[in-house]
Structures are given as C-alpha cells and as structure tokens.
Design a protein around this ligand. Structure first.
Ligand SMILES: [Zn+2]
Length: 116
C-alpha cells in the first residue's frame, strides 16, 4: 500500500498508536502540524479521516477522507477543516476501557522536564 498519506504530515507517534476498537484493532495517526486525524483499520489497511472524541472516532465523509489522504500537509490547521469534521458518517467506537484521545504522557519518574 502506498504511503501517500505521509504527504509531509508529522505524526505524533511515527508508526501510529495502536488502539482497540469494537471491531478489532486500528492505528491512530494524529498530525501535530495540521491537527488532522486518521485511523487505519487493521488488518484491512483501510484508512479514514476521522474526528476524535473521547470514546469514539467519527469517520468523515468519503470526500473528506479522499481529500485529506491526497493533500499534502497544510502545515497548520486549515480553517475549512472544522466544516469537514462535522461531516461524520459513522461512529467507530473504541473498546471499553480505551480512550480515543492521546494521553498526554507525564513522566514523573526519570528525566524531569527541562525548565525554561
Ligand atoms: Zn499534517
């Protein structure tokens, strides 16, 4: 499968975050530059543009998915994306006990964060 999705996006986790969804497993990709979210359904490898809520991903309209998958990373949050994110066509629930949002890892042990 071509990695055309890379398109200059900068993923929060380079290989995506593996997450259990109700129908199986998926990889979640979040671009820190443009804020777009995608999931890859495993093992099919089908990718969708999604809106992320706490307990679900909302698959966006196929138009949005097609556009987001082919566009190069805009480098910042495009204003029009808010309109795209309300074009939700299906809910993809995460498995119980999982959260769709990336956890902000606060490392209390080991290296302490640099203080400015
Ligand atoms: Zn991006």
């Amino acid at each position: 499968m071509p990695e055309s999705i890379l398109n200059g996006h900068q993923w929060l986790e380079p290989k995506g975050r593996q997450i259990a969804i109700e129908s199986g497993q998926a990889l979640q990709l979040h671009c820190v530059r443009c804020g777009r979210d995608f999931i890859t359904i495993l093992p099919s490898g089908i990718r969708y543009a999604v809106y992320v809520s706490i307990v679900s991903f909302f698959r966006l309209d196929d138009d949005v998915t097609a556009r987001w998958l082919t566009e190069a990373c805009p480098g910042k949050r495009p204003l029009g994306d808010d309109k795209d994110r309300v074009r939700q066509v299906a809910e993809i629930r995460v498995a119980q006990g999982q959260s769709a949002t990336f956890k902000v890892t606060s490392r209390s042990r080991g290296g302490s964060p640099k203080r400015a």
